[in-house]
Design a protein around this ligand. Structure first.
Ligand code: ZN
Length: 147
């Protein structure tokens, strides 16, 4: 099922989302619907608040494959940062320079309920940081860093 992607101005994009405590039917259904919605979009990331659900769940697609991260937490950041242009499905027609960490380690729960640790670099790291921002009610318009 396709879900509506909500846009800037909707207060659900500004809330701090809640952790998911069990991967029940409703969470699995949400993941499936978000995947369907994501595939139809041109985005490289989608966070649950963007479909109006304030839960800590993100989908990222650095290349072809879609990854699902539940309760993602950045546990380590490198020192290097980089600035690049970002867009957002919830902030149409805006392209903003955002400074992000180039290397991060994250911990998350997978769709299978297991705990994972992953190192992400460059573009992959950028998308993850953008999506985790959504879980904390932060949008790219709050950033606008200089190059
Ligand atoms: Zn976004």
């Amino acid at each position: 099922m396709l879900l509506d992607i909500i846009k800037i101005g909707d207060e659900r994009l500004r809330k701090v989302s809640e952790e998911i405590h069990s991967i029940d039917e409703s969470v699995l259904k949400l993941i499936k619907n978000m995947k369907d919605t994501f595939k139809k979009s041109k985005g490289v990331g989608l966070a649950a608040p963007q479909v109006g659900v304030n839960k800590r769940l993100i989908l990222v697609k650095p290349e072809k494959e879609v990854y699902v991260f539940i309760n993602p937490v950045i546990i380590n950041k490198g020192v290097e940062m980089a600035c690049d242009t970002e867009g957002c499905l919830s902030v149409p027609n805006k392209w903003i320079n955002v400074k992000r960490y180039k290397h991060i380690d994250i911990e998350f729960i997978g769709e299978d309920g297991d705990l994972y640790k992953v190192t992400a670099n460059n573009f992959f790291a950028r998308i993850i940081q953008h999506e985790i921002d959504h879980l904390n009610g932060i949008l790219i318009v709050d950033k606008n860093n200089e190059k």
